[in-house]
Design a protein around this ligand. Structure first.
Ligand SMILES: Nc1ncnc2c1ncn2[C@@H]1O[C@H](COP(=O)(O)OP(=O)(O)OP(=O)(O)O)[C@@H](O)[C@H]1O
Length: 265
């Protein structure tokens, strides 16, 4: 049912609370303030990109959303539930920044992707549904033929695609990804963008850190630009082209040449 008015915190169209509602978030790491009052909302079915220079707090923000970095102030709700009471982690899928993920873990591709089903199957053996989800997720990232290989035998970009498959296998309602296309070649970036488009069409909410919009640009509803642990500005899709070319400076008034991707930091 379409609604024209929404209660505070609810999405105006679906009437559901947003997937992510972060308000005035502050956090410190190593004794230094890193988040200094971040407001971030991801409505149901929305795709939000977090942009900003190195060290601006993008990864820390999404780790805070995942409950991995404690907030020193502010509020976080996931699907309308305050973090302290949130237990439905199976509704989330996470693709960590590649350099921090699964390095040196002696596991096969299948085992890594099966880990994405952990929260769903509550440590029971894999069932038929799990096996189908694993196979489908690997198909979606073009890695089904490597299912039996050790992850150590994969290239960096292939490894990244397996981590994306792990998140997809969870069939999440909210997909959180930290630089998901880093190290992935152009052809596979396009394929992953198609996969993500299908997820979004099915109603998945997406929060992702990007340095380059690349083929994901058409999927993005809003871009939140961080600077020094604060939201510097929020941009709508029609500004994304300019943002890709001029992330931290003035946007020229003259028409710029059409460029689909651009360096964001
Ligand atoms: N474990 C840590 N201990 C201390 N400081 C940290 C830690 N992790 C991150 N920081 C600091 O927090 C700030 C924000 O880091 P964060 O990783 O969130 O930035 P980012 O925007 O994701 O950067 P990048 O684009 O380089 O990935 C940086 O100044 C960083 O040095």
């Amino acid at each position: 049912m379409t609604r024209t008015t929404a209660a505070p915190g609810e999405d105006a169209i679906t009437g559901h609370p947003p997937a992510v509602a972060l308000r005035g978030a502050t956090a410190s790491l190593g004794g230094r303030p890193v988040l200094r009052g971040v407001d971030l909302t991801v409505a149901r079915g929305e795709t939000v990109a977090l942009l900003g220079a190195n060290g601006s707090g993008k990864s820390t923000t999404i780790r805070a959303v995942l409950g991995q970095v404690p907030l020193t102030g502010g509020e976080l709700e996931l699907f309308g539930t305050p973090l302290a009471r949130f237990r439905q982690w199976r509704r989330l899928g996470y693709v960590p920044q590649r350099s921090t993920a699964a390095a040196g873990v002696p596991a096969t591709v299948r085992e890594v992707v099966a880990a994405g089903r952990l929260a769903r199957r509550r440590f029971r053996p894999l069932g038929r549904e799990d096996k189908t989800a694993i196979r489908t997720a690997l198909d979606q990232v073009g890695m089904a033929d490597r299912i039996k290989d050790p992850v150590d035998a994969l290239s960096g970009g292939q490894h990244q695609r397996v981590l994306i498959a792990r998140a997809l296998a969870a069939e999440p309602e909210l997909l959180i990804m930290d630089e998901p296309l880093a190290g992935v070649d152009v052809g596979n970036q396009e394929a992953l963008a198609d996969t993500l488009r299908r997820q979004v069409e099915q109603g998945t909410s997406v929060l992702l850190v990007l340095h380059e919009l690349g083929p994901l640009a058409p999927l993005i509803d809003r871009a939140v630009v961080l600077r020094d642990g604060r939201v510097e500005r929020v941009e709508n899709p029609d500004r994304l082209h300019d943002l890709a070319c001029h992330p931290h400076g003035a946007v020229p008034t003259e028409a710029a040449p059409t460029i689909e991707t651009g360096l964001l930091t």
